[in-house]
Design a protein around this ligand. Structure first.
Ligand SMILES: Nc1ncnc2c1ncn2[C@@H]1O[C@H](COP(=O)(O)OP(=O)(O)OP(=O)(O)O)[C@@H](O)[C@H]1O
Ligand SMILES: [Zn+2]
Length: 717
């Protein structure tokens, strides 16, 4: 008698197809088995979710299609992994199949059992020339194969603070929030914690997550240097979207089979199949890149907490500027996480002195105040490096005609096109629409169109001009470099540019937030934020938190090497040019007082009933017109009321509003905020609401709707 198996498949987004699809099969397939199943005219990858052990009679009149193929050779995915996927699907309001299939390596989706078998076959004896081929593969492969095995770096003696924290991690179950200053040596604590779990159990695995792997090549290198000599090349694998599909499959298989002991990855790595998981590290846990911003909008940091608890692993969240959520959870009175502090920098390095420059007292229109330029000049002359931070790339955010008021608006978005001087283009940073810069004003023919505002390109040009007569100690002219999304498009270029900074080839580095986080620069003694104020006027209640974080992380790049600073007789400084020197964000920053900043912010959140004291979700609608987008949201609210959905009385639904950037690529966007004092009420309501949203979307009166989506625990509203 045939068996019935229930399979998780990725069905077309928002189709009305249910969670699991049923197929017939001649054998009993254990749950977690990878299969290929027919769906319509296609054949898709699926995961057997439920399968009764004894054959079930197929009810009369029901006809089931058969499983097309079983991907043998891959051990079924564990119950733990399936629980994680189910939880994520349920929590983030997506289908099981979508989460399950997107959590698997892309290459598996199109592989026949034969192709997979070939892929899994043991490699033939290495032929000469093979190592050359390996060069084209990136990441750890490359590092491990191209370069001789890294020497086992001598173990650093832990600082007293590191040692105390390490002991706490050994002796407590966690979860831990490692609140360690910039340069306090958090990485070494992670390394020791990983070492401890691997030592304790010869099969144990650790998952180490970073926000963006390309931004932290140093961390990757430290893990390779520490663990590859001990456990071999296969023991450390990466997982991130910059890898090729074959490379991702390779890492995934290594993790799934247990050959990999350490997985280093970005948010996607949270779904790695790790049967012996014993420790999860989430470095820079405050970073917004842990939240996926399309498709299933999951938070890898939050899933890390869930996964650790479910699998009995330890979890360490680390940051110098924790998210307010994690800070609150680690409040001794709340006690959900154990807070571990490392307030001091390694080697008695001190945090930079913060200097606020009141720009209302400076020459009008100066991008760089004269005292800042003087301070940078001095550092160049002494051979020290400076870092200039501006979170806006391009030359100017908009071009403008003073005669007719023409502005370089994007024809497809409610946003300006940014002027890029390097290639003389106008580019929309929302939809990517690019045009040549017009020679004359398209509105009135005036030849004098002006750039308005500043971007990193302009800062670089301005600095080159201001420092043109300044010499480095070797007599060469000062060198100004820029690192942002525009200069680092080519593969490997970021690593190359960072290497130049580390080598001392650059005196002044201009960059966006890309250069502000994570890097262990050794010779930077001055960091300056030239125009940080705009974030103070944002309507998003998280804007001050983001700004404080960014500036504190940026400050953390200065004066990290105590010996160097002392030998130079230098004093690390963080400069902030502002029109609001009295703003609480800056006064807290001045004292490097994250706890004071957090206390004030949390009080405001408590008073206003905002997260972490309340729980939010956003429903967004994209449509051909703003009216249609808002109409869908209004109808969604109405249908929830008409149907008397459970927990509706505990959820506050705000009216629909246009999004801050209302139109992108000719699509109008609207959103609606939901708030509840209780997380499970919000979730239960959303779960009950979902089928109504699908139903509504299929109605003829909403045919102008392009898509709708739910974002649970949104990061920006
Ligand atoms: N016990 C130690 N003895 C000597 N040097 C150490 C020790 N621990 C760490 N270091 C060095 O201190 C520097 C800073 O460490 P690390 O980069 O881990 O800081 P961090 O806490 O992650 O800072 P950030 O939050 O700014 O990324 C590194 O160069 C590291 O090699
Ligand atoms: Zn656009």
């Amino acid at each position: 008698m045939p068996h019935i198996v229930h399979v998780a498949v990725q069905t077309p987004a928002h189709s009305a197809v249910g969670e699991l699809l049923s197929y017939s099969c001649d054998e009993a397939l254990p749950p977690g088995t990878l299969v290929r199943v027919p769906l319509g005219k296609r054949e898709l990858l699926g995961v057997v979710w439920e399968a009764p052990a004894t054959p079930d009679a197929i009810p009369d009149g029901v006809e089931l299609r058969g499983i097309a193929a079983v991907l043998r050779g891959i051990e079924p995915l564990s119950l733990g992994w399936r629980r994680l996927v189910s939880f994520a699907a349920h929590y983030y309001q997506r289908s099981l199949g979508e989460i399950a299939v997107t959590a698997l390596p892309p290459q598996l989706r199109d592989m026949t059992p034969e192709q997979l078998a070939r892929r899994l076959a043991p490699p033939k004896a290495a032929k000469s020339g093979k190592s050359r081929k390996a060069k084209t593969e990136e990441g750890i492969e490359k590092a491990a194969i191209d370069t001789p095995p890294p020497p086992d770096t001598p173990l650093l003696a832990l600082s007293a603070e590191q040692a105390a924290v390490f002991t706490q991690i050994e002796q407590n179950p966690g979860p831990f929030l490692l609140y360690g200053s910039t340069g306090s040596g958090k990485t070494e604590v992670y390394l020791r914690a990983v070492q401890a779990v691997l030592d304790a159990n010869p099969e144990a695995q650790a998952l180490v997550m970073v926000p963006e792997i390309n931004l932290t090549p140093q961390l990757e290198q430290r893990f390779i240097a520490r663990f590859v000599p001990q456990y071999g090349q296969d023991a450390v694998v990466s997982m991130h979207s910059g890898m090729t599909h074959p490379q991702r499959l390779k890492s995934w298989l290594a993790a799934h089979t247990g050959r990999a002991r350490i997985v280093l990855g970005t948010r996607m790595a949270i779904f790695a199949s790790l049967q012996q998981l014993a420790l999860i590290v989430v470095d820079e846990e405050h970073d917004a890149s842990y939240k996926q911003q399309e498709g299933a909008r999951y938070s890898a940091r939050d899933l890390a907490i869930w996964r650790a608890r479910d699998s009995g692993s330890k979890v360490i969240l680390g940051s110098a500027t924790p998210s307010l959520e994690s800070w609150h959870a680690s409040d001794p009175e709340v006690g959900r996480y154990l807070r571990l502090a490392m307030p001091s920098r390694i080697g008695s390095a001190s945090l930079p002195r913060v200097r606020l420059v009141d720009m209302s007292q400076q020459p009008r229109r100066a991008v760089f105040s004269p005292p800042l330029i003087e301070a940078i000049t001095e550092r160049v002359r002494r051979g020290e490096q400076s870092l200039i931070l501006l979170n806006r790339r391009g030359f100017a955010p908009v071009l403008f005609c003073a005669d007719c008021n023409w502005k370089s608006d994007c024809p497809h978005c409610s946003a300006h096109q940014v002027f890029h001087k390097g290639d003389r283009t106008l580019r929309c940073h929302h939809c990517g629409f690019t045009q040549r810069v017009p020679f004359v004003c398209p509105g009135c023919g005036n030849p004098d169109i002006l750039p308005l505002g500043k971007g990193t390109e302009q800062l670089q040009e301005e600095l080159e001009r201001l420092l043109r007569n300044v010499q480095r100690p070797d007599g060469d002219p000062a060198r100004v470099a820029r690192i942002d999304a525009d200069t680092t498009k080519a593969k490997g270029s970021l690593a190359e540019q960072l290497a130049q900074v580390h080598a001392g080839d650059v005196d002044v580095l201009v960059g966006t937030q890309m250069v502000a986080k994570g890097h262990d620069f050794r010779r930077i003694t001055l960091v300056a934020a030239v125009q940080p104020d705009s974030a103070l006027y944002s309507s998003d209640y998280r804007a001050p938190e983001r700004l404080f974080c960014l500036l504190m992380q940026a400050a953390g790049r200065a004066g990290r090497d105590a010996q160097y600073v002392q030998a130079q007789g230098s004093h690390p400084e963080m400069w902030i040019q502002t029109h609001e020197p009295q703003n609480a964000v800056y006064t807290a920053l001045r004292k490097h007082d994250y706890p004071a900043f957090a206390r004030r912010q949390l009080q405001e959140r408590l008073d206003a009933g905002m997260p972490p004291y309340a729980f939010q979700a956003i429903v967004r609608a994209d449509a051909r017109s703003q009216e249609a987008a808002q109409g869908f949201l209004a109808a969604a609210t109405q249908v929830a009321r008409d149907a008397g959905l459970p927990y509706l009385d505990e959820v506050f639904i705000y009216p629909p509003i246009p999004m801050a950037v209302q139109r992108v690529a000719n699509v109008e966007r609207a959103q609606m905020l939901l708030e509840a004092g209780n997380r499970s009420a919000l979730l239960r309501f959303l779960n009950a609401w979902q089928q109504y949203l699908h139903w509504l979307r299929a109605r003829p009166e909403h045919k102008a709707l392009v898509r709708w989506l739910v974002d649970v625990d949104p990061l920006s509203i």
